[in-house]
Design a protein around this ligand. Structure first.
Ligand SMILES: [Zn+2]
Length: 266
């Protein structure tokens, strides 16, 4: 039985690597404004189409020793590493389920959807760090997962909807004010769209903690980047990583932070 269980975990983890490979294509082609549906992958150097057996996640990279079959130039390692991390994350999830006491009380269906949400969030951060963009495709996928979670956890959809309206209103206001007075975009529209699934994930009032923390974290980082000379004033910073980091903190410690803050006031 254990053999079959491990084989199943292996297959699911490899499926995550395939998903990672697909997400990389989505991110790369969104950045170049190409369609990611259809069209075979090509070598970045010689332009030769890559056959399916040279395009298997993780396996092909190792078999080809990281080089293109026809022109022998190096294949970007980033994709290989993200596929490998995706594969490893599947195993972490499995061993986490076996050993982490905190996880054992929760229904497996919820845990899997939460895991998929974190998985997509990781690639949203990855896309913003690489290309300063948040692909619509990933935001839509994440929204679908968060809606499924709403049903699975039987959360009140009204409060979740309130959180969506509130956060989108705040971000739309910042976006419009910055465009009018600074004549540039302080936030991307991608960040605004990302607030939809994040609001569904956190609901009200945790979304407040998310927005508040994201601006604090982003502000601190921007200041460090300015002082150390890594960024000039007015230069763009990717904001999605701060939104996602703040969302994770809010998800796990949001209630604690709200209590702490209210205790501080009263
Ligand atoms: Zn090549």
């Amino acid at each position: 039985m254990l053999f079959f269980e491990l084989a199943l975990v292996f297959i699911c983890s490899y499926f995550l690597a395939i998903l990672a490979s697909f997400f990389n294509v989505v991110i790369f082609r969104t950045a170049r404004e190409e369609s990611f549906v259809g069209g075979r992958s090509k070598c970045e150097h010689c332009g030769k189409q890559i056959s399916w057996r040279d395009n298997l996640p993780i396996y092909s990279f190792i078999m080809l020793a990281g080089r293109c079959r026809s022109c022998h130039s190096q294949i970007s390692r980033r994709h290989f590493i993200s596929e490998l991390l995706a594969f490893v994350s599947g195993w972490f999830f499995y061993f986490g389920l076996l050993h982490a006491q905190a996880l054992q009380g929760l229904p497996i269906g919820q845990l899997i959807v939460y895991f998929l949400c974190f998985f997509v969030l990781a690639f949203i951060v990855w896309a913003d760090l690489q290309y300063f963009l948040v692909p619509d495709f990933l935001v839509i996928l994440l929204t679908i997962f968060t809606v499924i979670l709403l049903f699975l956890t039987e959360s009140a959809w009204q409060t979740a909807l309130l959180a969506v309206i509130f956060s989108c209103a705040v971000f739309a206001m910042i976006y419009l004010v910055a465009r009018k007075f600074l004549a540039k975009e302080a936030l991307g529209l991608g960040d605004l769209k990302l607030m939809v699934p994040l609001s569904l994930l956190l609901s009200w009032p945790l979304i407040l903690v998310n927005i508040f923390l994201a601006f604090i974290l982003g502000g601190i980082f921007a200041m460090i980047a300015l002082v150390t000379g890594r960024k000039k004033f007015g230069q763009a910073l990717p904001f999605a990583p701060f939104l996602v980091l703040a969302a994770l903190i809010s998800l796990f410690y949001g209630k604690f932070l709200i209590d702490w803050y209210l205790g501080f006031l009263l």
